[in-house]
Design a protein. Structure first.
Length: 330
């Protein structure tokens, strides 16, 4: 009982830590092995109903990740995913009952398969495995289901937090999440003494796009711009929709000319986007940018205001360009 309580506590902490899906898979597998004393526990994520990325925890041998080949969904996994209830597999070697790769690689003789639900959706399946023939008691399945439910809660909470932070049209951070992230980056820059810059981008004459081609085309253009920006910048840079047709890019560890170069890259990649006209022709777009580097003791509002003022300067200078905000006097 004490070990089970420790597992409950560890899984509950995942929700507080905002842990990602791979971390939840690994921790759940490790705790199932520890509590139940089984040979192995697999947590396999489902994508469109098909098993995909899995994590296996092996007794006495740690954990490992793998990817199952895309194809037929084994019977036990399909039933659990559809019904949302556990099932036992007395003979794992029966064709089609379990993924053949798991049976072959990990020597499965028998297994129990349980759902991992996040909200109303079965997000993954848990496979408790044994290399020797055995039965699975109701108590074991009950304990495993309780731990899987805790893992599902951690995933559901993280999904909700992510959904609240994302602009539904573009998939970028929304305005509120951007300000929160910018506050975090300013605090990190202040703590570590590292540079930080931001750029604000505004599509030139976007209202005319909506008026000429309609709001569906305007929305499609915003999505295309967001995808292009995310593809252009580093994985740890953050692209956010500031509002309307304005975007903000947060650039940690960037100063001086590198900030201007980063903004110029955005202009270059966005100039490659074209709107298809009804007559079969194409129309390009341009973007104006304002760049600002963070200086102590600025907060997010002051930094954004300086970048926005630089953006307005770019518009006034004829659009399709970059203007850098001057460093404020201390």
């Amino acid at each position: 009982m004490q070990r089970l309580l420790q597992s409950v506590e560890r899984l509950a902490r995942l929700a507080q830590r905002d842990a990602g899906l791979p971390a939840v898979q690994r921790v759940l597998g490790e705790e199932l092995v520890a509590v139940l004393g089984v040979d192995q526990a697999h947590v396999v994520v489902l994508a469109a109903g098909h098993p995909g990325c899995g994590v296996v925890a092996l007794r006495g041998a740690g954990s490992a990740e793998y990817v199952l080949p895309h194809g037929e969904v084994p019977d036990a996994l399909r039933w659990v995913a559809d019904a949302g209830h556990p099932v036992t597999v007395p003979d794992a070697r029966v064709d089609g009952a379990l993924p053949a790769e798991l049976v072959r690689t990990y020597g499965l003789a028998t297994a129990a398969v349980l759902p991992l639900q996040a909200g109303d959706t079965v997000r993954a399946v848990v496979v408790l495995g044994s290399r020797v023939a055995r039965t699975w008691s109701e108590e074991e399945l009950h304990q495993a289901s309780a731990l899987a439910d805790l893992a599902g809660t951690a995933i559901a909470l993280r999904d909700a937090r992510l959904a609240a932070a994302i602009d539904p049209l573009t998939g970028c951070l929304n305005h509120g999440a951007m300000r929160e992230r910018l506050s975090e980056e300013i605090a990190r820059a202040r703590r570590q003494g590292t540079p930080l810059a931001i750029t604000i981008l505004d599509l030139d004459d976007f209202k005319r796009v909506n008026d000429t081609y309609g709001h569906l085309t305007g929305d499609a253009l915003l999505r295309h711009v967001a995808e292009a920006l995310r593809g252009e910048y580093r994985s740890f840079d953050q692209v956010a929709r500031y509002g309307g047709d304005e975007f903000v890019v947060i650039l940690p560890n960037v100063r001086g000319p590198r900030a201007d170069i980063a903004a110029a890259r955005a202009l270059r990649v966005l100039r490659e986007i074209h709107i298809a006209r009804p007559d079969g022709g194409h129309e390009g777009i341009t973007v104006s940018c304002g760049v600002a580097e963070w200086v102590e003791p600025e907060g997010p509002a002051e930094l954004l205001e300086r970048a926005d003022k630089a953006l307005r300067g770019s518009k006034a200078a004829g659009k399709d360009g970059v203007v850098r905000a001057p460093t404020p006097a201390r």
